[in-house]
Write a new protein. Structure first.
Length: 256
């Protein structure tokens, strides 16, 4: 009987220690969850589509090269200055000093000054860039990059100005998914785009930029295949980066 009592007492002591350990582990786990930032579900549609569209519409601009409206661009703030990111081919006819300007659905026309540009995707066999960054003459609404690498299946929104024959900028918004990556690592999406989307942003459900549009496949051969240059192509030309993440400082790289 004494032996049995000792065993019962021992079991009780062990049970108490186990319960205390479980409680401590649970508490530590709860604290860990509470202090960690909640990572948004980038595969789901945005929680507030109206707010997202308003944000993207404000920060997407139609680009004018000379007398022609040639494509789109999006606002970026770096070191307290304001810039427009676009595709090189959107502004290449103005590299000789012709007028560059932009306008938005919520921003009147303002002038642009070329900072850096590269169109080596179209001019060299091993080129991969079709990007330009231009300094804005005024404060403009801006976007930020998605810091982590885009993933297949992410929800995505495309913004641009494919209807350029009108006096007022008519922003066009479409949505889809990141459907893959090409051999250069550029983002492929099924969000419908047209010529006026060149230079415009591809954004995630949080309004962060996944990439800058520069090309699409002919609709006679493929249906809804658009291409956007991801963050790593912007690093060194548009902004400096630290271990692949943008630090939003003006790159010192020269243009082509």
């Amino acid at each position: 009987m004494v032996v049995g009592a000792k065993l019962d007492k021992k079991r009780t002591s062990v049970t108490r220690r186990v319960n205390v350990s479980v409680a401590v582990i649970s508490f530590v786990g709860l604290v860990f969850l509470l202090v960690q930032p909640l990572r948004p579900n980038l595969y789901s549609e945005p929680h507030d589509m109206r707010q997202l569209v308003t944000s993207i519409s404000s920060a997407t601009f139609e680009i004018r090269c000379g007398s022609d409206w040639t494509g789109a661009g999006w606002g970026l703030e770096m070191e307290g200055d304001y810039f427009v990111v676009t595709a090189h081919h959107v502004i290449e006819d103005c590299l000789d000093g012709n007028l560059l300007a932009a306008r938005g659905s919520h921003v009147p026309i303002f002038s642009l000054e070329l900072v850096h540009s590269s169109g080596d995707y179209w001019t060299t066999n091993d080129g991969s860039k079709d990007l330009a960054v231009l300094r804005a003459s005024r404060k403009i609404p801006t976007l930020r990059f998605q810091s982590q690498t885009a993933e297949i299946g992410q929800w995505a929104l495309a913004a641009g100005f494919p209807l350029d024959e009108y006096d007022e900028p008519l922003l066009n918004i479409t949505q889809g998914r990141v459907t893959g990556f090409d051999m250069l690592g550029h983002i492929v999406t099924d969000a419908a785009i047209n010529g006026g989307n060149s230079g415009g942003p591809l954004v995630n459900s949080q309004g962060e930029v996944l990439g800058t549009f520069y090309a699409s496949d002919p609709p006679s051969e493929f249906e809804n295949l658009g291409y956007a240059q991801p963050l790593f192509e912007h690093c060194g030309l548009v902004t400096t980066c630290n271990e692949g993440s943008p630090d939003y400082r003006i790159s010192q790289e020269s243009s082509d």
